[in-house]
Design a protein around this ligand. Sequence first.
Ligand SMILES: Nc1nc(C(F)(F)F)ncc1COP(=O)(O)OP(=O)(O)O
Ligand SMILES: [Mg+2]
Length: 221
Amino acid sequence: MAVKSAKMRELLRLYFIMGSANCSDNPEEVLRSAIKGGITLFQFREKGKGCFQGEEKLHLAKRLQSICRENHIPFIVNDDIELALEIDADGVHIGQEDEPASVVRKKIGNKILGVSAHNLGEAKKAIDEGADYLGIGPIYPTSTKEDAKAVQGLSFIRELKNANINIPIVGIGGITAENAAPIIGTRADGVSVITAISQADSPEASARMLYKAVHIEGNKQ
Ligand SMILES: Nc1nc(C(F)(F)F)ncc1COP(=O)(O)OP(=O)(O)O
Ligand SMILES: [Mg+2]
């Protein structure tokens, strides 16, 4: 587990999350561009108005997964455990409204398991049930997730660190190159981003700026 945790921290550095609904351009081109810009992990999150279902969702997942495989970027699936197992994804991400982490861990074996947590109780439960990392947020206001919980800033990350919770942590919610550094300053392991990359004129340039922001701050730790 220890090796996995160190590797997990590296993977979380710049975690791009995207589905077709988040892209103004072709999702495959957006992903290729984001990979060129230095993303370290990818999550397929096919959700929201007009998102694909069934066969179309499966085919898009496979196309994006093959782009990640060509570039040695692990491919994580949001919510849809059955899809993740069907395409042998590298891991899944679940929230508090999804299946319990303990049930998902049994289904996915040794794949990466990410869990969203909004308070200490949820964090401890996720850790006890085998989570490999926690998604913490929304750090800043976000328009991407319609049912997002209250904006929490950096307070919950600080609370976790003060409670000596050492599981790998990634911040999420409204993150841009301009506001990413303070998240790393709280000793979170990385930032996850949807719109700032998926809607950028150049996803590559946006990812590169984000990577620099987290890298510079990370070197100060
Ligand atoms: N998808 C996510 N990915 C992360 C990650 F840690 F990966 F950055 N953190 C949080 C979420 C939010 O997960 P959830 O609360 O289930 O909502 P949704 O299914 O709408 O995304
Ligand atoms: Mg979810």
